[in-house]
Design a protein around this ligand. Sequence first.
Ligand code: FAD
Ligand code: NAP
Length: 578
Amino acid sequence: MTVSNAPRKAAPRTIDAVVVGAGFGGLYMLHNLRKHGFSAQVFEAGTDVGGTWYWNRYPGARVDIESMQYSYSFSDELDQEWKWTEKYAPQPEIQRYARHVAERFDLLRDIQFNTRVTAAHYDEQAKRWTVVTDQGDTVIAKFCIMAVGCLSAANKPPFEGIDDFNGPIYHTGEWPHEEIDFTGKRVAEIGTGSSGIQSIPIIAKQAEQLYVFQRTPNYTVPAWNSPVDPKWEAEVKADYPAMRAKARARPTGFYFEFNTKPALSVDESERRKTYEEFWSRGGLPFLGAFGDLLFNKEANDTIAEFAREKIREIVKDPETAELLSPKDVFGCKRLCVDTGYFETYNRPNVKLVDISKAGIERITPNGVVANGEEYEVDIIVCATGFAAMTGSYDKIDIRGRDGLKLTKAWEAGPRTYLGLSTVGFPNFFMVTGPGSPSVLAQMIQSIEQHADWMIDCMAHMRDVGLEEIEPTLEAQDAWVDHVNEVAAISLRSTCSSWYVGANIPGRPRVFMPYIGGFPIYVQKCNEVQTNGYEGFTFDTTPPTNAEPTVRETERWRVPLDVDVISPAMLASGQVPVV
Ligand code: FAD
Ligand code: NAP
């Protein structure tokens, strides 16, 4: 549905801030800008708000962090009035929530839909960004804020012959708005990450025949999804801020019960009992069964073997069970959360095709060729993921000082200070940019914390009369070194995941999100602010008596007295980082 499309402007407009993207990041940023008296324009390529939850409409799409936590925390009224129906809300409900937020906070009038930002160039003389869209808009703004998302640029592998296919090809991340009926169809699904694992069981129930093309098997834990327990809902709503505070104190930005004991500190039978108990809770918290699972390979081997046993128990055909069993580190790639995934392979109309050796050979007018065999199908579904973290930046012609292109500056991998900003690009902010916890934390928390930090910084600049902010090279280098250092502690850096860009040939291998944990990161951002934006330079020296403006970030300064995670604990592997 097209919500609003502002008239095209013939002459460039001058405003305080341009925001690119109207997912949860863009929406909250706009709310903050308005609240603090900044003029703003949001451009969104889609025709409605919601971002991820607008684009990923594939069957089975739902959140993998419980919805009572995967939601905004900035408004207690919003928390109280919104009612989630399921523990893990499905995509349509999450998009309705985004829409509700946009309407409730009157955001739609500053969002221009169906408009893709194509270029953003910095004018050093004027100290302003010129932002251009595919609809002919040109806007001049002091700040350029990217809320383009970490998982928003679909990865569409250029399979040989793909244009010759006679039927429709759908990508899970760009799913059509109309319902797709798979009844009586032969379907090929390529990809077994979270999107594949969620959609395969549902497509299998409709299709006449489903071929799943698997390059690498993935670990997945049952969601045990259910309607929201009214007692639990009442308990949370009685003191929502307490739940949010507990969540913020966790490395993941969401709360679940966990065990800090090392896996090998207990005997085999206690370990098994613990895994069974955490498995029965389901979802990502399964990784909280022991504290060192992502830091100690031997410990990880025990959970990996437990997960493989579960696959062998569920999948009746031993050969298929073996192919579905991952051999790498458990939780190294993003852990998947499913409903009936492995059970699907017991259906007579589902066949797993192992393409680990030679990949997809080609697409023909009639189907997919792999291992020398042609699988004739009517529909192809690509659940092939995203050019993660930087993909949506790469699509925009972003140029900073001296015409420096962002793609050039990040040629060997993204380099940022705190994931918020990057050298050579003044007044350019990124919501959940690479180098921030982003995808390793509950993302709505990450988004709010970033947008709050940015707005305080922008208000400070206005209060003090500063025109330009940019990180120093030293501060950026030190942050990048730290991001790499903590990544190396975790087993997560050891496999070829999208976290390191390895899902797409030719991308530099760099661990992109910050794995040090959400609380430590927030603490660092607060310190930088308190110390007068340490690590940043302004166009002029701020007056010495200019105290940093602390308004929205105030709420991130609450002492973390619940389950506080210190860097030392993290380094010693005493805490689960899901
Ligand atoms: P997005 O939601 O990606 O929004 C970015 C928007 O920017 C998009 O609408 C896009 O169209 C727009 N855009 C990009 N480039 C341009 C341009 N050049 N011009 C104009 N508009 C542009 N996270 C969790 O924490 N928990 C989960 O359970 C979870 N589940 C997920 C499930 C799926 C299927 C996917 C893909 C991701 C999931 N994530 C999850 C991550 C999810 O992306 C974030 O939680 C969150 O929705 C990101 O919001 P965002 O606003 O930062 O980015
Ligand atoms: P993904 O995890 O990157 O999975 C993509 C799949 O496609 C992988 O199995 C990959 O194989 C395969 N693939 C990619 N290119 C291929 C090629 N050229 N030939 C054959 N196979 C190919 O992507 P995703 O499943 O869309 O998930 C991305 C992220 O989005 C998740 O990790 C998660 O953070 C988020 N997400 C969350 C949920 C949720 O549960 N809430 C749902 C969906 C997505 P390889 O493994 O061999 O590369």
